[in-house]
Design a protein around this ligand. Structure first.
Ligand code: PLP
Length: 368
């Protein structure tokens, strides 16, 4: 067989401490090299059926679990289309939650946004006030705002939404699988594979409540690819997808869920909390400051104020030379902040190593 060009593997890429994609366990990564199977076979039903069962088991829920071949944004847009005829409220506090609001507008919905400022969390009172003024079909609420490192009090917010007979969907793209989230409190919970699930990019997870499924049944113009009902019907018929899923990524997800179940939800959360605390302690000790409002700090990613006015770009480049990759601030927070993700499969030892290397660079620069 003629192969054009040379088959070359990329080697020695830096360890990822960015808020997605995150490090993938070698065993999980290698699962993707298995032979491909047909998507209308019993092997596929066994694979996808097992994944759905494991998702429900790990997260302790009977809500419908679905895995889409798309990034999280696909399901975020799909959620709007499945659940909103006209009126949707967005609880937002950063770049990603603002983008969800823009998605609603792009889908011609009558969307309003409750906006907490950069670094601040959306509070239950703010949502209550908006809901007292107008009736909404859905509250699309950010859980973990990856741009600012803010974790929103979504359990309390969900109560308010339900008291107002409004469904609630949360964007837990960068927190589900690391933070402790009770999926049963929400109508839709959305996550991406490349964050706290520690999988390569390309899959999105959605947990959908019975009420949300009922709403979707009667919704018109909801599109095809992300139709929750179509997904469910195909699953109930054959434990397969309506279209061809990314089979190698599903192999990886199956293996990763085994790792997660072995670790346990509580233990996984505790590990994330421990890493968060290590980063927070380091921030204080070194004279940096947290960007997130006190009491609302993300468990999976820390956004740090650039109090010394250093070049974050240069710091990140120095770290790459040492085999480590962190993130600059997002969008308008670039150079004003930097971000350290502590999510997925990385460990407190990895975090210690990263913080020591940052210290080393900054000491060499005479910053402290
Ligand atoms: C909070 C949040 N929401 C949504 C997204 C978009 O997810 P995806 O890139 O998987 O579509 C991201 C990506 O970083 C995110 O962090």
């Amino acid at each position: 067989m003629h192969i054009r060009g040379e088959l070359k593997m990329i080697e020695n890429t830096p360890k990822l401490f960015i808020p997605g994609p995150t490090e993938v366990d070698d065993k999980v990564r290698l699962m993707m090299a298995q032979r491909v199977i047909g998507h209308r076979t019993s092997e596929m039903s066994e694979l996808y059926g097992g994944i759905v069962e494991k998702l429900q088991k790990f997260f302790g829920t009977k809500h419908y679990a679905m895995v889409f071949t798309s990034s999280g944004s696909g399901v975020m847009e799909g959620t709007i289309r499945n659940l909103v005829k006209k009126y949707v409220l967005h609880g937002a506090c950063g770049a990603f939650s603002k983008r969800w609001y823009e998605m609603s507008l792009a889908n011609d919905k009558d969307a309003d946004m409750v906006w907490a400022d950069w670094g601040k969390a959306v509070k239950p009172e703010m949502i209550e006030e908006a809901m007292n003024k107008k009736k909404y079909e859905l509250l699309a609420q950010i859980h973990n705002e990856t741009s600012t490192g803010v974790r929103n009090p979504t359990d309390e917010i969900a109560k308010i939404a339900h008291e107002n007979e409004t469904l609630i969907a949360i964007d837990a793209v960068s927190s589900l699988g690391g933070d402790m989230i009770n999926v049963n409190n929400y109508d839709v919970v959305i996550a991406s594979s490349q964050k706290a699930f520690a999988l390569p990019p390309g899959l999105a997870v959605a947990f959908v409540s019975e009420e949300a499924m009922e709403r979707s049944k009667n919704m018109k113009n909801k599109g095809y690819y992300f139709d929750f009902v179509r997904m469910l019907q195909r699953f109930e018929k054959s434990q397969q997808h309506p279209t061809t899923p990314a089979v190698p990524l599903l192999y990886a997800m199956d293996a990763q869920l085994d790792l997660m179940i072995k670790e346990g939800y509580e233990a996984r959360y505790e590990r994330h909390l421990k890493m968060q605390k290590m980063v927070h302690d380091w921030v204080k000790k070194r004279g940096f400051e947290l960007f997130a409002e006190k009491g609302y700090e993300s468990v999976t990613v820390t956004t740090i104020k650039n109090t010394y006015g250093i070049s974050i770009k240069d710091l990140a480049n120095e770290l790459v030379k040492r085999g480590l990759r962190i993130s600059n601030g997002y969008g308008e927070l670039k150079e004003k902040t930097f971000r350290i993700a502590h999510m997925g499969q990385i460990t407190p030892t990895d975090i210690r190593g990263l913080l020591d290397e940052i210290d080393n660079v900054l000491e060499n620069w005479g910053v402290y």
